[in-house]
Write a protein that binds this ligand. Structure first.
Ligand code: NAD
Length: 440
């Protein structure tokens, strides 16, 4: 995965004639921490879990990025995700750098008490290098408000309980300094950029069909909001597979079922049927694999689960008209090239899912001021920021006749190299205006 990140970075940087020293700095992380966490299990035995924090780049502000708990977490993956965070915070122009962390664990196999001990041990290990002004972690796959609350409490136990210390983590519950709108923010931001993109293309979103891979925080909030906005969600899935109904699914019923059972209900489908359809169409509900979901003929395909789902093995079979990449790294560079050649627009992760980190920025800002905003204020600010960022990417796409991904990378690389020049991390090139930092 890290090779995927550096390949896109160096390809785009080469085409835009970026400053070679800036690209060199952006080609590796500034700091990598690996930790072994000996957790006492409920039966008294000890198990070691491996954890990581990668601080990729902080030229534009404190390191920022989520922590994931997943059995496949490894250093290569965390480095790539930390690199993408660096690009993403620059694309949406928020004053943060990029970081990422994770623990190699199957959290579903741990009791709540074991999970809490693991979370607190992780913070004990990374505490010296994180903090409200240095590195601010957040939720990611299999981590949530509860885990952020344990992280925050442990951090404040170790470092003092000053009010501002809670700004060391975002994605917290409202009761301990969380922000309204943060939980749904990644899905909300994804919908904002999709609607803005369709407006730009003069397409009416009402009645457009959507298939969503992944029904966790990001996928389920996006599904609910897209459903409310008039899209028809025809398929959703989780790691065990999915459900499909050509006339659409009842998302609120599915969310209720997931909340009760912890995962998508199997062998039960909740079609969104009109009264006339109700009796006749029940049988049209079908189960499908994640691979089948990716191949559905829909207007918008939304990968919202994990990385490397659209590859050169299935890119030719994608039938969607648009791809909204809510999962980080969902498309490999090879698949990206195939899909670009086929003329299917991809709204890339580094803008499509940036609503999460943008709302985290708002949470951090509120914590530091100890002044809290209403939900509509957060959402209005988020909508404005995401819309402005997409419009910039669209302008850059037109100017550089490139893909949306390339346009977003161009904007980010430009901003990052400009910050490096101003800070004196790199020198102006001889052919740049003498003594004038112009970031060209
Ligand atoms: P989550 O743990 O809440 O949900 C993940 C979902 O993906 C679950 O439904 C899970 O069953 C499903 N899944 C896991 N493996 C799968 C597989 N192999 N095939 C199909 N489905 C699978 O995680 P999340 O927070 O919703 O994150 C999803 C993606 O969005 C990740 O790529 C994450 O990095 C990215 N992201 C999350 C946030 C955030 O605020 N949570 C912000 C930006 C980006």
């Amino acid at each position: 995965m890290f090779d995927n990140f550096t390949k896109t970075l160096t390809d785009v940087a080469g085409r835009m004639n970026a400053h070679a020293d800036a690209v060199l700095v952006l080609s590796s992380p500034q700091r990598v921490l690996e930790v072994d966490l000996p957790v006492e299990m409920d039966d008294g035995s000890v198990q070691i879990f491996h954890g990581y924090r990668v601080q990729y780049n902080n030229v534009r502000g404190p390191y920022k990025g989520g922590i994931r708990f997943h059995p496949s977490v490894n250093l290569d993956e965390i480095k790539a995700l930390a690199g993408w965070m660096t690009i993403k915070t620059a694309v949406v122009n928020i004053p943060f750098g990029g970081a990422k962390g994770g623990i190699t664990v199957t959290p579903q196999e741990l009791s709540d008490e074991e999970l809490q001990r693991l979370s607190r041990l992780f913070v004990q290990s990374v505490s010296p290098m994180i903090g409200p002004h240095t590195d601010i972690p957040a939720p990611d796959i299999n981590t949530n408000e509860q885990i952020m609350a344990w992280f925050t409490d442990e951090y404040m136990r170790l470092n003092g309980r000053e009010m501002q210390a809670q700004a060391a983590f975002t994605g917290k519950p409202l009761s301990i300094g969380g922000s309204h709108g943060r939980e749904a923010a990644t899905g909300f931001g994804g919908l904002v950029v999709l609607l803005e993109y369709l407006k730009h293309k003069n397409k009416n979103p009402k009645g457009m069909t959507i298939a969503i891979q992944g029904f966790g925080n990001v996928g389920s909030h996006f599904a609910r909001l897209a459903d409310e906005a008039g899209f028809i969600i025809v398929a959703v899935s989780d790691s065990h597979g999915g459900v499909y109904h050509p006339k659409g699914l009842d998302i609120s019923q599915i969310i209720q079922a997931v909340n009760m059972g912890g995962r998508l209900p199997k062998n039960v489908c909740y079609p969104k049927l009109s009264v006339e359809d109700a009796s006749s169409d029940q049988e049209e509900c079908t189960s499908l694999t994640n691979e089948e979901l990716l191949r559905l003929k829909v207007d918008v395909l939304v990968p919202a689960a994990i990385e490397n789902q659209i590859t050169d093995a299935n890119a030719h079979n994608i039938q969607a008209s648009y791809i909204l990449e809510l999962a980080n790294g969902a498309t490999t560079p090879e698949a990206d090239a195939i899909i670009n050649k086929r003329g299917v627009p991809i709204i890339p992760d580094i803008i499509a899912n940036a609503g999460g980190v943008t709302a985290s920025y708002f949470e951090w800002t509120q914590n530091l001021q100890n002044l809290y905003w209403e939900e509509n204020e957060v959402n209005t600010k988020l909508q404005r920021k995401m819309t402005a960022a997409l419009q910039e990417v669209l302008r850059e796409q037109a100017a550089s006749t490139s893909s949306l991904r390339e346009a977003a990378y161009r904007i980010a690389i430009q901003r990052l190299q400009e910050a490096m020049l101003h800070r004196g991390w790199i020198r102006p090139r001889t052919h740049d205006t003498a003594g004038h930092v112009n970031g060209a």
